[in-house]
Design a protein. Structure first.
Length: 202
């Protein structure tokens, strides 16, 4: 965690007053966090820390952009980040983060590393479904997805219940063979199965 020491904020010192910090989330930050959702990016974090007799109040303002994988073609796409988060930090007997917006830290702690807090704040801005704007997807990757989708199920099949699960089992086996033979990019394996499951569950 030495690489994240930049994100450690002192909790002790002056009992009252306000301090300002400027933090950057860069490629190294996201790699160190071993992020699977965020591929990289550049996000500026303006942090205001206000100490009072009741608590230490953290106000995070995050602006920038990150790179995430498109749900449609799996290629990187930009996602704008413009969000804020407020946190009240209090001292107690043991660590407790069960209350949203309130963090209890042990009396023995002298500082708070906010790296994971900032990462979660940024990650929560990513929508469940994220795709390139129309026309910007990698068409070669999209064609691979369409070609290897288990079934080209049309709406009539779904409406009248003519979808055959036995055929799907056969296609799954074919897909696995193609992955093992190296004729299909392994990155597609889970995506193809997920898409097929979504079609069956409609």
């Amino acid at each position: 965690m030495a690489k994240l020491s930049t994100y450690s904020i002192p909790l002790r010192g002056a009992q009252h007053g306000t301090e300002h910090y400027e933090l950057m989330l860069d490629e190294e930050f996201f790699q160190t966090m071993e992020s699977s959702d965020i591929l990289g990016g550049a996000v500026k974090v303006d942090l205001t820390v206000r100490k009072s007799s009741e608590a230490i109040y953290f106000d995070f303002v995050c602006k920038g952009e990150v790179m995430i994988a498109c749900n449609r073609c799996m290629e990187p796409m930009k996602h704008e980040v413009d969000t804020d988060y407020q946190l009240a930090v209090k001292f107690g007997d043991e660590y407790n983060d069960e209350t949203d917006g309130v963090l209890i830290v042990p009396d023995s702690d002298n500082d708070l590393n906010v790296a994971s807090i900032i990462y979660d704040t940024v990650a929560l801005t990513i929508p469940i479904s994220h795709v390139h704007p129309e026309g910007e997807c990698d068409e070669s990757m999209w064609e691979v997805l369409k070609a290897h989708t288990a079934h080209n199920i049309n709406e009539d099949d779904l409406e009248y219940g003519t979808y055959d699960d036995d055929d799907d089992t056969q296609d799954d086996a074919t897909l696995n063979d193609e992955i093992n033979e190296g004729s299909i990019d392994p990155r597609w394996a889970e995506l193809l199965k997920l898409k097929d499951n979504n079609l069956k569950n409609k």
